[in-house]
Design a protein around this ligand. Sequence first.
Ligand SMILES: [Zn+2]
Length: 178
Amino acid sequence: MGNTFWVSERRSGEYVKMSNGLTNVFISTFGLAATRLAGTDGERRITYWVLEHDQSARGIGTVGFTLAEAPFDPASFDTGREFLLRATAAIMDRSGWETLNYAPNVDILGRAVEEFTGLVQRVTPMDLDTAAMREWLAASGPDEPQFHGFPTCPQHRVFLTDFGCHPCNDGQWSRDTS
Ligand SMILES: [Zn+2]
């Protein structure tokens, strides 16, 4: 079980697996780092897209994703990927960790960050699935926070998605399943 993250659909051999608990910690800590770094709507949108992979709302073990389907702007792909790399690296700077009510295991999370970084480094403009990106935007309702100035959670300063705040939901989930 757990969640699997791929580079692209056609490169099915290149993936990273994370347990369900690690996935929650990874996405929460990514959200803490990325929300603090995001300076453009393109960067905010990629962060938001990752944060939508919320097991508390979508179901445990169902939030693996394919990086090629992330909402990169094909016209500035390198900038988008560079942002994703900076945000992933900032996880291990413990960006925003003081807002969490638990201490992430740095060894386990560090390995996941390293493997995920490898995936991000391997995405190329040729991999981008622009149809999937368009479908995602089209399926997003007009009430979603991403169309209303990207509000953040007052406790965690993480972008809210239509599912709420990932770290808040994660805290709830951890308590419910522990
Ligand atoms: Zn929160």
